[in-house]
Design a protein around this ligand. Structure first.
Ligand code: ZN
Ligand code: MN
Length: 483
């Protein structure tokens, strides 16, 4: 392609506070009867006074600190004026020139290279009501009106679709880790807006136009919108036409973007300081308390798995995918029996991480189970792992026992014992089987000296007969001995 994309994101995130932004109505409106989760403040009745939700400010600051932002110690709310049916007051309480957080960054890894995506600002505002079009009538449900909404704005630092998607996934991952939002896309708790423009490869600076695409409800729709829009703009540019500076919407079904209106300037909103809410002074103590509570982020946890436990880097990233997955893994290796096994085996934690990702997560995936719901008792795991390390069972049996334990909700040790799955290491016992197989297959016996495949064939036969329980090393030397 002759063009390079310049992409910026604005992400609206519903905070998971108990109450709404400026009143005491519940912020959890989901599934409630329409217009029952409301009060004069969030209905925008004249004279009703907003009271700021401190919890929401803490969550915005937590996000800002996690994203390496500066904090405005003197912040304020502003009125953003526009007329829309879902906005009962005729303005939205938002933040204009003094957002709580500004000038941060998130590091992403794309093409194995780290890249910093700059965060321009993070501010706090209120969500709007919901308009529902039903049987030719527009209805408004105010239950969502006034839910705390955090807006994160990036600089136009993305140069392609993949970078934008990697960032969006990472952003969601961190927001869930720091527990500021549930980020449920089906419930509309995280929404994306894009601005996209193209410049010729080799050119620098921003193009003289910018197209904004609003209301993108998921990361997969974000990908669709980007694909469509980049192609549309490059077609126009190839024909010598500069795309119009405008706001477009996304048709979820077709993935096409549709022109909505020419873009308004911030001056159209006539921002002015919210007179009903005094300016907000944040003390150093208040900010430090939030900083102290900030736990390690997934990147830092992955690094810790690598350095402290010598676990493979790629696998470490898989393990820290969610806080819950990470905690389940740590819970597993934090077991005293596992720890004592680890003193004798340098790579044990890496070994366990292989089983965790390759077997346990794989089984969950295969059977559509949630990791948190499956039987994964650290003591039981330690015992069966010990069987494996002592070569009492093979890797195949280990996997099978774990799978059955998860599916049947019984201890893997019980499975091994009941089914008599302990490995056969007894030479005499195996000898009988091998000799019989050789007798039954005289041709193979002849072949054995010339053809190494014949040995594999016999091993396969013995394994089938012993249901995989034959100790491979013992079996190997036994066959060599017999031929
Ligand atoms: Zn209310
Ligand atoms: Mn906004």
């Amino acid at each position: 392609m002759k063009y390079q994309s310049i992409i910026g994101l604005e992400i609206h995130v519903q905070l998971n506070t108990k109450s709404k932004m400026f009143c005491s109505c519940s912020a959890n409106y989901f599934g409630k009867e329409s217009n029952k989760n409301v009060c004069p403040v969030c209905m925008g009745q004249p004279g009703a006074l907003p009271v700021v939700n401190e919890e929401a400010i803490k969550k915005v600051l937590t996000t800002g600190l996690a994203f390496n932002c500066n904090i405005n110690k003197l912040s304020k709310f502003d009125r953003k004026n526009y007329f829309y049916p879902d906005l009962p007051k005729g303005y939205q309480i938002s933040q204009y020139d003094k957002p709580f957080c500004y000038d941060g960054f998130i590091e992403i890894i794309f093409d194995k290279t780290p890249k910093r995506i700059r965060i321009k600002r993070i501010h706090l505002e209120e969500d709007t009501a919901k308009t529902i079009y039903e049987n030719g009538v527009n209805k408004i449900d105010f239950n969502k009106s006034g839910v705390p909404l955090m807006e994160i704005v990036t600089e136009p630092d993305f140069e392609n679709i993949e970078e934008t998607l990697v960032f969006s996934k990472k952003l969601k991952q961190i927001l869930k880790y720091i527990e500021v939002s549930n980020c449920n896309m089906e419930k509309g708790q995280i929404r994306f807006e894009l601005n996209v423009s193209l410049r010729r490869i080799g050119e620098s600076g921003l193009p003289n136009y910018k197209v904004e695409i609003k209301n993108i409800g998921s990361i997969s729709l974000l990908e669709k919108a980007l694909n469509y829009e980049i192609e549309r703009q490059s077609d126009l540019l190839s024909n010598g036409i500069t795309p119009e500076q405008e706001t477009r919407g996304l048709d979820d079904k077709s993935g096409k973007t549709i022109s909505q209106r020419s873009k308004e300037d911030s001056k159209d909103y006539r921002y002015f300081p919210e007179p009903d809410i005094p300016a907000i002074k944040l003390s150093d103590k208040f900010i430090h308390e939030i900083k102290d509570k900030l736990e390690l982020l997934p990147d830092q946890l992955a690094l810790e798995l690598v350095t402290k436990y010598k676990i493979d880097e790629q696998r470490s990233r898989t393990i820290v995918y969610s806080k819950q997955r990470y905690q389940i893994f740590i819970n597993l290796i934090d077991n005293k029996n596992i720890k004592s096994l680890a003193t004798k085996n340098n790579c044990l934690y890496d070994e366990i991480s292989k089983w965790f990702v390759g077997t346990i997560l794989y089984i969950c995936n295969k059977h559509n189970l949630k990791l948190k719901d499956v039987r994964l008792n650290p003591d039981e795991f330690a015992s069966i792992l010990e069987f494996l390390l002592q070569k009492k069972i093979s890797g195949t049996i280990f996997k099978a026992a774990i799978e059955e334990s998860i599916l049947e909700d019984i201890s893997p040790i019980d499975i091994v014992n009941k089914k008599n799955l302990l490995q056969i290491s007894d030479v005499e016992e195996l000898k009988v089987i091998v000799e019989r197989i050789l007798k039954e297959n005289p041709k193979i016996q002849k072949d054995l000296l010339k053809n190494p495949n014949s040995k594999q064939f016999i091993i396969g036969m013995v394994m089938r007969e012993t249901k995989g329980k034959a100790n491979p090393q013992v079996l190997n030397s036994l066959i060599d001995e017999l031929t």
